[in-house]
Design a protein around this ligand. Sequence first.
Ligand SMILES: [Fe+2]
Length: 192
Amino acid sequence: MGKPRQTLKTLRAIALEHANVAHPDLASMARDLGQVVHHNSSAMATRLARLHQRGHGLGRWLLAQRTQVPVSVMVMAWPANHCTPVHDHAGLWGLELTLVGAVEVQSWRHDPDSGNLHPLGRDWLGPGDGTWFEGDQNHVHRCRNLSQHEAALTLHVYGGELTRYLAYEQAGASGIWTTQPQQVAVVERLHA
Ligand SMILES: [Fe+2]
């Protein structure tokens, strides 16, 4: 069992190493990150307890950012029951992995001609499980913490800095999806 700080350091190093190319093998990255999470589950739970004490609402911390061969690594704390709007990732590739708890990710493909969203599936992510998407402007998803009582902690690796994205909303009975530009709230740096 590693210490929480050491575990985050290891996760960061794995993410940066895999993201050293423009189109990383995201399945391999998820496998290697997941292996570390499986071996350090209690350390991760300790870290969650400390992070979650810092505030309420969705917590977002920057673990690493690089501009040459762009990549950013973040840790997020999800309050019980928290659900995001349907949103895109501005065409960046991304990998999301559960550290503690259980998260559901529901994905769609946005058809730019009709404006419709076509379901791609749902992933149920326990500790060490990940889901990923290639750099695709029309990939959208919604994430939620499946626990009604406990916070969840997740790791996010993106192919650059996510500063703006689109949130999708379905308008009433018409069923038409509309988009609203969003800005990512400034994240605090997490030192590992
Ligand atoms: Fe997302």
